[in-house]
Design a protein around this ligand. Structure first.
Ligand code: ZN
Length: 141
């Protein structure tokens, strides 16, 4: 079932129409797998009002970026960072943690990925780009 969620996001990714109007753009790569992401964000009054990403890579990296967009594209910066921290913790638990579906939604589908150290960076790529972009956008304000 979790595999289905990942494949569905991979085939029909959300948030890939790049914004023309944005505060910050970041480019992140995962060299071990060859995944790349360009993420753009726009903030207003401590809230994300624009978020988009483009890039290429394996199904896990692309699906995870799609889930990340779904969960955070209208969130406050504080909530988006809290979710990022929660997902990071889940991915670093080596498959021993159970994600909270109430907060993480489809992101719990990546729980199994956490057992494979080489794939953890794939799942985290979009989320690390988001964290970086939010920090830069806050600085720029
Ligand atoms: Zn990958």
């Amino acid at each position: 079932m979790y595999q289905e969620i990942i494949l569905d996001h991979y085939r029909h990714p959300l948030g890939r129409e790049q914004l023309d109007d944005f505060d910050v753009e970041v480019h992140h790569v995962n060299p071990t797998c060859g995944d790349e992401i360009d993420l753009r964000v726009k903030l207003k009054d401590g809230r994300i009002v624009g978020l988009s990403h483009a890039g290429q890579g394996c199904s896990i990296s692309q699906a995870s970026a799609s889930v990340m967009w779904d969960l955070t594209h209208a969130a406050t910066v504080a909530d988006a960072l809290a979710l990022q921290a929660e997902f990071l913790e889940l991915m670093q638990a080596q498959g021993k943690a159970i994600g909270d579906e109430d907060t993480l939604g489809d992101a719990v589908a990546f729980t199994g990925v956490a057992q494979f150290p080489a794939r953890v960076k794939c799942a985290l790529l979009g989320w690390m780009a988001l964290k970086d972009a939010l920090a830069k956008a806050m600085e720029a304000k």
